[in-house]
Design a protein around this ligand. Structure first.
Ligand SMILES: Nc1nc2c(ncn2[C@@H]2O[C@H](COP(=O)(O)OP(=O)(O)OP(=O)(O)O)[C@@H](O)[C@H]2O)c(=O)[nH]1
Ligand SMILES: [Mg+2]
Length: 299
């Protein structure tokens, strides 16, 4: 008899939600960066072990509406908490429990079990220091379980999986066994590129970036080696940002391209040739048509 559970991952920006998703799935499907608001829309990751399929939904970490894109990101969170079997509330052990967690807990229906995940415990040399922090977070709500972990060091993941299997209910598997995301390859490729820009750029520039893959195809070299050709456009909000993204004599673009190509090759397991272009789409984060075009609409 097959079983499955839908599990939504919630938490404030930078708590490590996408890191946890990647660690649980064992594949890097979600962009991760030290900048808040890395994730912009719902990302599904699937883990099938024996009879049980766990379907995870990673969400953006955001609470305030400052532009139209943010409104869509909040809608992504709101729509991710209905008709699910459990929630993982991910918190950062280095931060204090606060209003952001309370606001997220208010979105969850009373009948949905919530598991508190205290992440980044690797940052504590003395684990006893964690006790009051965990206690403070645990007092925020009525949690089914409280699990300290390190998504970075893949520590505590089995305890999460054992807990989550309890929420699996008899029913079909929604994804074929072996499939680990519903994201199209083009989206994965564009997110890999955006992740590098988020890490390399500072201030407002990285937050105003969208990446679109224009083409993706394979060809064989004369020596019969298969090569993946990807052409992608980086959209930014201002002409001045374009200059920053390209960098002196193209140095920034080159650096981002090299880092992205390495990850693309790792993910697609094929030699990759990446071409990057930069275009300005003024104030796109406030233009519905462009938000939709970039696949970030949640209407
Ligand atoms: N030391 C440490 N750092 C971590 C851990 N998990 C995540 N991080 C780091 O925390 C930062 C944010 O990680 P993300 O996974 O992007 O966080 P997120 O919650 O998905 O963030 P948003 O998508 O912006 O809401 C990155 O720099 C990660 O490398 C952990 O267990 N330990
Ligand atoms: Mg994220």
């Amino acid at each position: 008899m097959t079983k499955s559970a839908f599990i939504t991952i919630l938490g404030r920006p930078n708590a490590g939600k996408s890191s946890l998703l990647n660690a649980l799935i064992g594949e890097k499907i979600a962009a991760v960066s030290s900048k808040p608001q890395t994730t912009r829309t719902k990302i599904t990751g699937v883990l099938t072990e024996g009879d049980t399929q766990l379907v995870f939904i990673d969400t953006p970490g955001i609470l305030r509406e400052k532009d139209k894109l943010a409104t869509h990101m909040i809608k992504a969170i709101d729509s991710s908490v209905s008709s699910i079997d459990a929630v993982l509330l991910v918190v950062d052990a280095e931060k204090r429990a606060g209003e952001q967690e309370k606001a997220l807990l208010r979105k969850i229906s009373k009948n949905t079990p919530v598991v508190l995940i205290v992440n980044k415990v690797d940052l504590f040399a003395n684990k006893e220091d964690l006790i009051p922090i965990i206690a403070e977070y645990a007092s925020l709500g009525d949690f089914d379980a409280v699990i300290p972990i390190s998504a970075l060091e893949k520590d505590g993941l089995n305890i999460i999986l054992e807990q989550l299997k309890k929420y699996a209910v008899a029913g079909p598997h929604y994804f074929p066994d072996g499939k680990f995301t519903d994201q199209p390859e083009r989206v994965i490729a564009s997110e890999i590129i955006r992740e590098k820009l988020l890490e390399l750029l500072t201030d407002e520039v990285p937050h105003g970036i969208a990446v679109g893959v224009d083409s993706m195809s394979e060809h064989d070299t004369k020596d019969g080696e298969a090569v993946l050709d990807i052409s992608a456009t980086i959209y930014c909000e201002k002409e001045s940002h374009k200059g920053i993204i390209i960098g002196k004599k193209g140095s920034m673009l080159k650096q981002a391209g090299t880092l992205a190509r390495k990850d693309l090759e790792k993910f697609f397991m094929i030699k990759t040739n990446l071409q990057l272009w930069v275009k300005v789409k003024e104030d796109w984060r406030n233009r519905e048509a462009l938000i939709k075009n970039f696949g970030l609409s949640n209407d």
